[in-house]
Write a protein that binds this ligand. Structure first.
Ligand code: SAM
Ligand code: SF4
Length: 365
């Protein structure tokens, strides 16, 4: 395990988290029975939902995620190859009880081997549910191949329907590509198409209702995500954040929202039925109504590090072990041990909270 330093400069975060890791912490070893069981932490939670980041690169520069000039990308040699990704996902599914796999990034559509990775994942048994989180640029071309590879569904990020504002938020003039990509995903059967929106004070708060109406009209499921302190440039402040309460106040000014009675389980979104449409809108209140107690997620970064939480300040290096010849059983044990130390909550409200040095784009949201 490694510990991140407090607020290292952006340019140095990659080096801080990719140096070879020592063997797992011997203090936690005795509490894992080698070779058995799933990904259970000390607080009784079991991780069955794996988020896999396929690249830290991106073709947008969303202001809450990346600085306009981009970041120092991972060197290719440090990234897992397609075969290495598939091997670790297979170990997760066959040995560790992973039931859902979500590919993300950075922008996962930039990964040339994506359809092959998806096909190899959907061929695993027991077959996991496989989804993708994307900014949808290039999706209008890729959607049929992804559907043919067995992909089940898509989450698309979209924060505004105004072309100028989209340019302001992402530093790229690509709104038409995103809208076309969403339609192509729906037409290819990658449904439900879920739309993730982040609202920022004074920038796109008034997009809440237009986004909802656009999604209702096109049959997409909209979810607002509270902005989290995971931006590369550490500009997030609690006071500036648009809260779940703010979002609901805007939506209920024009629409009737009724709490969805369907069991929420470990799903991060609280959902409401909208008017009498039968469709829902969700709010992922990661900051103000944290759902850490029900968390069932584990994360694999593009350079082969296991993170047991988005906000973890420690990672476990599977890549070095994998490239040194570790067998499946050893890799599974390392993953189990990495899970044990998952903290009970993200601690954003704690005065001692420190933002992880990896930004969201390099963790995989
Ligand atoms: N590039 C893809 C995309 O944008 O969908 C996948 C990676 S992106 C990091 C995954 C999700 O994280 C997106 O829905 C994005 O809006 C969200 N995200 C990024 N930075 C965030 C932040 N600081 N707070 C909340 N959500 C964030
Ligand atoms: Fe790229 Fe997604 Fe981050 Fe936007 S949120 S900069 S699309 S990784």
């Amino acid at each position: 395990m490694r510990r991140d330093r407090a607020h290292p400069p952006i340019r140095h975060y990659i080096r801080a988290v990719t140096s070879p890791s020592p063997l797992p912490d011997p203090r936690v070893r005795p509490t894992v029975t080698p070779g058995s069981g799933g990904l259970v932490d000390r607080h009784g939670r079991t991780a069955t939902d794996l988020r896999v980041s396929l690249t830290d690169r991106c073709n947008l520069r969303c202001t809450y995620c990346m600085p306009p000039e981009g970041l120092q990308w991972l060197p290719k040699v440090e990234q897992l190859t397609d075969d290495e990704v598939v091997r670790l996902v297979r170990i997760g599914v066959e040995h560790l009880g992973i039931r859902e796999v979500r590919f993300t990034g950075g922008e996962p559509l930039l990964r040339p081997g994506l359809p092959g990775i998806v096909a190899a994942t959907t061929a695993l048994r027991p077959r996991p549910e496989v989804s993708l989180t994307t900014n949808a640029i290039g999706l209008s071309r890729m959607a049929p191949a992804l559907a043919a590879a067995g992909l089940d569904r898509i989450n698309v990020s979209l924060d505004t329907l105004d072309r100028e504002r989209f340019k302001q938020i992402t530093h790229r003039d690509r709104l038409p590509d995103v809208l076309a990509g969403m339609a192509a995903a729906r037409d290819a059967g990658l449904t439900p198409v879920k739309v993730n929106a982040v609202l920022m004070r004074g920038i796109n708060e008034d997009d809440a209702v237009p986004l909802l109406e656009y999604c209702l009209e096109h049959g997409y499921e909209l979810r607002f995500i509270e902005q989290m302190p995971l931006d590369a440039h550490h500009a997030w402040t609690r006071g500036e954040m648009v809260t779940a309460e703010d979002i609901l106040a805007r939506l209920t000014a024009t629409h009737t929202l009724t709490p969805d009675v369907e069991e929420r389980g470990a799903a991060p979104a609280e959902r409401w039925l909208v008017d009498d449409t039968g469709l829902t809108v969700g709010v992922i209140a990661s900051v103000t109504r944290s759902f850490c107690g029900a968390c069932d997620r584990t994360r694999l970064t593009a350079d082969g590090q296991i993170r047991n939480c988005l906000f973890a300040r420690e990672e476990s290096d599977l890549r070095t072990a994998l490239r040194s010849g570790a067998d499946d059983a050893e890799l599974a044990d390392r993953w189990r041990i990495a899970t044990l130390s998952k903290l009970p909550g993200h601690g954003i409200d704690d005065p001692s909270f420190l933002q992880p040095s990896r930004p969201m784009s390099a963790i995989g949201g």
